[in-house]
Design a protein around this ligand. Structure first.
Ligand SMILES: [Fe+2]
Length: 257
């Protein structure tokens, strides 16, 4: 049968929407509660919706009973402090799974390459239902930061680098594309991440905001690109050696960006 997917995501695995250009009070993301949750890089997360409405970030498949990344339960003590963000996550009208704000500390391009991962949003997702993809709304104005998206984690030949100024809005098939962010700044980056079920509602939302499966490439010198690639290979080898010494295979998949 297969999953219901968005045709708009076929080409590259991501789309960029019109930039969101309304002011949001930073207290919406600064006054809510964060939990330490090790993801790709030095991160914390503030959930707006979670598996059971509690302030925690575990994958829904790790709860009892385990389930896929759908039917997230809104957390009133968080959403009442972040009404605009909550409305934006609910705007498409498609099923919402996990919804949370990520706080990412500054890192390097090489860190981002090492952190590249695929999400497992569709674990336990019933065949014949909508494929879970993720929306990313950048909240802080991170003019020197960018998303790194690859079809293949270690192959730089397909690499999209999407700028992340305030208001940048992307929808990414994060189970297909390897992804991470290079955040260049003095302060943490904040971004709203929402798991949405693909279907007619999400398609209409993408159309409304003129989704395009491409973005101007954030310019980076070849020297930095090459150094990043070499550093990723070096760290991968070190990691594989570490796990080989313990008699285990290194596991690359993580669940967050
Ligand atoms: Fe991710």
């Amino acid at each position: 049968m297969g999953y219901i997917k968005s045709a708009a995501l076929d080409e590259t695995g991501f789309v960029v929407l019109d930039s969101y250009n309304e002011e949001i009070d930073p207290q919406e993301w600064l006054s809510i509660e964060y939990v330490d949750w090790k993801s790709s890089g030095d991160t914390r997360f503030a959930p707006l919706a979670s598996a059971k409405g509690e302030i925690e970030c575990n994958g829904f498949w790790n709860h009892t009973p385990p389930r896929t990344d759908k039917d997230g339960v809104w957390i009133p003590e968080q959403t009442e402090k972040a009404p605009t963000l909550t409305r934006r996550a609910q705007e498409p009208g498609s099923n919402v799974g996990r919804c949370r704000i990520i706080e990412l500390q500054p890192n390097s391009y090489a860190d981002a390459l090492y952190n590249l991962h695929q999400d497992d949003n569709n674990r336990l997702n019933p065949d014949g239902t909508g494929w879970v993809v993720r929306g990313f709304f950048n909240l802080t104005d991170d003019k020197n930061s960018y998303f790194v998206l690859r079809e293949n984690r270690t192959d730089p030949s397909i690499e999209y680098r999407v700028a992340l100024p305030a208001g940048a809005q992307l929808i990414v098939d994060t189970q297909r594309l390897w992804h991470a962010v290079h955040h260049d700044g003095d302060e943490p980056r904040y971004c709203l991440i929402t798991s949405w079920e693909s279907g007619p509602e999400l398609d209409a939302y993408m159309e409304k905001y003129h989704a395009v499966p491409t973005a101007p490439q954030f310019e980076v010198s070849q020297e930095v690109l090459d150094a990043g690639q070499a550093e990723q290979a070096r760290r991968d080898a070190a990691r594989a050696a570490y796990y080989a010494a313990k008699g285990k295979a290194a596991v690359q998949a993580m669940s967050e960006a």
